[in-house]
Every structure is written in C-alpha cells, then in structure tokens.
Write a protein that binds this ligand. Structure first.
Ligand SMILES: Nc1ncnc2c1ncn2[C@@H]1O[C@H](COP(=O)(O)OP(=O)(O)OP(=O)(O)O)[C@@H](O)[C@H]1O
Length: 259
C-alpha cells in the first residue's frame, strides 16, 4: 500500500522517520514512517503484543528509539516532553493512588520548566473546565481509586485536555468502557481534533477506529502499514487477531457511534 503524501515535517504534530522502537536493544518495530498532522486522528490497530503501546510510549520516552528519529512539533521528541499529552491504559494505573479526581486533572497543568511546579488560579480554572467537559464536575472531590474504570479513563482524558498540548496520545482508551464513557471520549477527541489537536490512539475496537480516524496504521510482524482507515480495515486478514470483528465490520453489522 502506498504511503500517503506527507506534509512538511516542521508542520507535523508528530513525525516518525525510519524509526525503530523497542526496549533496551531489542526492536519491537522497525522502519516506522508516520506523520500526524494538526487536527488529524490516527488509529493504531494490530493484534495483542504487536507493538501499539510501544510506538506510543516511544514518543513520550517510555520506550527506546533505537534508530531513526521521532519529532514532536518539529523538535526531537526527547526535547519536547511537554508538547505531548499521554493517556496510558487505565488498567496499568494504581487505583489506590491517594488523590482526588480534580487533583489528577490538575497534574496536567504541571510544567517541568516552571519554578516549584507552581499552580495558578488559571490552571485551576482550566482543570475544572476539563473535568466538566468529560462530564465529571460533580466527582471533583472523589478519590480517583473510588471511580469506575470508565470514569477513571475520563479523568485521565481530562488531565490530558488540561495540558493543552498539540498532540494527544491515547493507549487503548476504550478498553472495557461503558457506552457513556465511550461516547464522552469520542466526542472529546472529535472536539480536540476540530480545534487542531493531533490525536494518535491505539485500539482493538475496529468500529471506533473506523468511525473516528481517517487514517490507520496496521502493526504486524514488527512493521507498520499506514493508509486510509477503510482501506486498512478492508485488508485486515483474520489472522491478525481480529477474525470475527473484522468480518462483522465488513458485513456492516457493527454499530456506528454518532454521539
Ligand atoms: N517494558 C517492556 N520491556 C520489554 N519488552 C516489552 C515491554 N513492554 C512490552 N514489551 C514487549 O513488546 C512487544 C509489544 O508489546 P506492546 O505492549 O507494545 O503491544 P500492544 O500491541 O500494545 O499489545 P496489547 O494490544 O496487548 O496492549 C511485546 O512482545 C511485549 O512483550
């Protein structure tokens, strides 16, 4: 499949050029070329263990870049730490974390460059607004660990929204979520993209990938193939771990989300 025409790299929110990413010296993915433009939503699809999380983690320094380059808003990713907001898989977090929902969202306002991590009144206002956007204003003082999985995911999204970055990275944001939380996240991602934020997300949910993202990256066998989402999904062989889901999608049996 042909690579889509790339915009000038300096304008891209995220650019990977022949990047190999992995852990220590072991490459999980090699030769990855990918550009995510401002306002674009790109979905990473692939079987369990294919390397979706690794690609996302490499952008924020949690996995290693072994060759090639990753740039965020035109700067090497490691020098652009504050330029990308990262929402990890919610089940990887410690639910006993002793902090309120509002406290988690406020973390999105911390800046490593700011003296004493000072939080100002405007930071609090931005955090409050972000929590409102994900429909959890009334849970501001609830301990994070006492929220449901879907609510926790929405709080993490609010934290990323509060960071006001040009690039949003989300690792499996829809895993095991109730329909309400799923719809809130879909709406917020669309709003962010409409406002110019670039979004890169991994998902097992092909229906959501199709409905949200114009462009998809299929990760298989250590390689990444990028193209229009419909085309990538149409070519998904069952052996990639999506058997019946892909068949349902092709048969048009899947529900379409229209929040
Ligand atoms: N911290 C780590 N150190 C070493 N290897 C790792 C680490 N994390 C993941 N891996 C390995 O990297 C490979 C890709 O894993 P990754 O989590 O990126 O896949 P994935 O596509 O996100 O899978 P899933 O859909 O199950 O989340 C796997 O072989 C995994 O075992």
């Amino acid at each position: 499949m042909a690579e889509p025409t790339s915009p000038p790299v300096a304008d891209a929110a995220l650019h990977l050029a022949q990047a190999s990413v992995g852990y220590r010296r072991r490459a999980v993915l090699t030769d990855v070329n990918l550009t995510v433009e401002p306002g674009q939503i790109v979905a990473l699809v692939g079987a369990n263990g294919a390397g979706k999380s690794t690609l996302i983690k490499a952008v924020v320094g949690l996995a290693d870049v072994l060759a090639g380059a990753i740039t965020v808003a035109g700067r090497p990713a490691r020098q652009a730490r504050g330029a990308a907001a990262y929402v990890p898989q919610v089940d990887t977090l410690d639910a006993d974390f002793p902090v309120t929902a509002a406290g988690v969202v406020l973390m999105g306002r911390y800046r490593p460059t700011r003296w004493l991590r000072q939080i100002r009144a405007t930071d609090r206002a931005i955090a409050t607004d972000a929590l409102k956007r994900v429909g959890l204003a009334d849970r501001a003082l609830t301990r994070f660990g006492l929220l449901s999985g879907g609510q926790r995911q929405r709080v993490l999204l609010a934290r990323a929204i509060a960071a006001q970055t040009r690039l949003m990275l989300m690792d499996e944001p829809f895993n095991g979520l109730d329909v309400t939380s799923q719809d809130v996240i879909v709406t917020q991602l669309r709003d962010l993209a409409a406002a110019g934020t670039a979004v890169l997300l991994s998902t097992h949910d092909l229906r959501l990938a199709r409905d949200l993202a114009d462009t998809a990256c299929l990760i298989h066998g250590g390689r990444v193939v990028t193209g229009p989402t419909k085309q990538i999904l149409a070519e998904l062989p069952g052996t990639y771990g999506y058997g019946s889901q892909a068949a349902d999608l092709h048969a048009g049996a899947a529900r379409t989300v229209t929040p």
